[in-house]
Design a protein around this ligand. Structure first.
Ligand code: UD1
Ligand code: CA
Length: 462
């Protein structure tokens, strides 16, 4: 794909009422990042050189999310033409193509936008190119009225359409590319004498035609133009994004045993010959090396896993987990802000937080780093080749030297020197024959009770 110079205006000032959310609609996430960021990433892929996001007066959260891109504020939601007008200052002097996109239509691929821009520059060059589609139910979408030669004559909003126009299946997606030299002149001529009393961006097509400028459309599959207006539609969009991400992961050489059950983030990076079993969730910020095995029901976010490691089943890697080459993180093991070095093992039931576990160290079942005293987090440092016995509490800050052994069941509060034994247990007592005597006493007592009950019964009967 060649890069095409264009500016883009992303409209995100609408209310998004149907989401029933405090979060602005365009900030609802898909694959771990806001919808609007998906659009911005697509535009980056296209080589767009200026992007302006139009927000409402309460759009501070969007402004923060899209920074350093500029936002323009639309004071009142007077319609899509008015929203584009809000970007006028931000685009002052821009003479290239201006694309208009919606903040709630996040699935459009860069290739499709490229087709829109290419059409603008095909001869004869139309002043406006609209992206059309044929939805299953045209419902409230604007209709594209075309001439016999395929030219775009006007866009009619559903509410304004007559009986013939409402039967048109070709609809306005909202995406347009407009010659920047004429855009604001056209917008100046848009009025609001219509069913909604709004300034319709769609009116610029008829206005351009009246000024002798050509308009055209290109069509795209409806799936790419899915708009998100409700949580149900958000879930549908998530599925589309996940399907794309899974396909890309497999194309890049990862095995997803049951792809439908693996959830990826926009930035998940899986190496070659990674093996992912069913029901694995990748949150944002995960990087997995080559030949890694991720077994069923693991949850991984903000973590790096090096080549040859085995994770899970039922493992949890939280932000800051760094798993070294060939390390093993087994079932019910949680790792947070900790570096597990090459070949180290924590195979069962552990919490390792704020720690460094040296190469080839062995962390026994039930080992817990006590990293938090309610106020501060402290570090645990386990040296290379150390062996931590089962059910050990490592009370941080604490160090276990290389090659040291910690006896099972210890609560370690002081450093253990390299190659030393650290043990913290009360002495075990031994009482020979105690169990045997205990059983004999209990058995006799039980027999006595049974005897008394039998006598009582006999008395009552007599
Ligand atoms: C619009 C189109 C319609 C098209 C449909 C596709 C117009 C007049 N109609 O209709 O032809 O088929 O989208 O989904 O353009 N927005 C603002 N400020 C406003 C109004 C809207 O920023 O004052 C933003 C919204 O946040 C949204 C987008 O513009 O991202 C579309 O607005 P919406 O009101 O949903 O337009 P529709 O009536 O659906
Ligand atoms: Ca809409």
């Amino acid at each position: 794909m060649t890069t095409r110079k264009a500016a883009a205006v992303i409209l995100a000032a609408g209310q998004g009422t149907r989401m029933k959310s405090r979060l602005p609609k365009s900030l609802h996430p898909l694959a771990g990042r806001p919808m609007v960021s998906h659009i911005i990433a697509t535009l980056e892929g296209l080589g767009t050189d200026r992007v302006v996001v139009v927000v409402g007066p309460d759009g501070a959260a969007v402004t923060e999310a899209v920074a350093p891109l500029p936002t323009a504020i639309q004071a009142r939601p007077l319609g899509t033409a008015d929203a584009v007008m809000a970007a006028r200052d931000a685009l002052a002097g821009y003479e290239g193509d201006v694309m208009v996109l919606y903040g709630d239509t996040p699935l459009i691929p860069a290739e499709t936008l490229a087709r829109v821009l290419d059409r603008r520059h095909a001869r004869p060059g139309p002043a406006i190119v609209v992206l059309g589609f044929e939805p299953e139910d045209p419902g409230a979408y604007g209709r594209l009225v075309t001439g016999s030669d395929g030219a775009l004559l006007e866009i009619v909003e559903a509410r304004e359409a007559d009986a013939d126009q409402i039967r048109i299946g070709l609809c306005n997606s909202g995406v347009m590319a407009i010659d920047g030299k004429v855009l604001f002149g056209l917008l100046d001529a848009v009025g609001n004498d219509n069913a909604k009393g709004e300034f319709y961006l769609t009116d610029i097509v008829a206005i351009a035609r009246a000024r002798g400028l050509d308009c055209a459309y290109v069509a795209a599959p409806a799936e790419e133009l899915l708009g998100v207006n409700s949580r149900a539609e958000l879930a549908v969009a998530e599925r589309v994004v996940q399907t794309r991400l899974r396909a890309a992961a497999m194309a890049d050489g990862a095995t997803l045993v049951d792809p439908e059950t693996v959830w990826l983030s926009h930035d998940t990076r899986l190496g070659r010959d990674v093996w992912v079993e069913p029901n694995v969730v990748f949150g944002p910020g995960v990087e997995i090396g080559d030949d890694v095995e991720i077994r069923a029901f693991s949850h991984i976010a903000g973590a790096r896993v090096s080549d040859g490691a085995v994770i899970g089943p039922f493992a949890r890697l939280r932000p800051g987990a760094e798993i070294g080459p060939d390390a093993r993180i087994g079932n019910y093991v949680e790792v947070k802000a900790a570096r597990i070095e090459a070949g180290a093992k924590a195979n069962h039931l552990s919490y390792i937080g704020d720690a460094v576990i040296g190469a080839s160290a062995n962390i026994g079942a039930g080992t817990i780093t006590c990293n938090y005293d309610g106020f501060t987090k402290s570090m645990t440092d386990v040296g290379a080749g150390a062996f931590i016995g089962s059910n050990t509490a490592l009370v941080a800050p604490v160090k276990v030297g290389a090659g040291a052994i910690v006896a099972a069941g210890s609560t370690i509060t002081r450093d253990v020197a390299a190659d030393a034994l650290g043990i913290e247990r009360s002495k075990q007592e031994a009482h020979p024959e105690w169990a045997k005597r205990f059983r004999a006493r209990k058995t006799a007592a039980k027999a006595g009770k049974v005897g008394k009950r039998a006598k009582k019964k006999t008395r009552e009967a007599g």
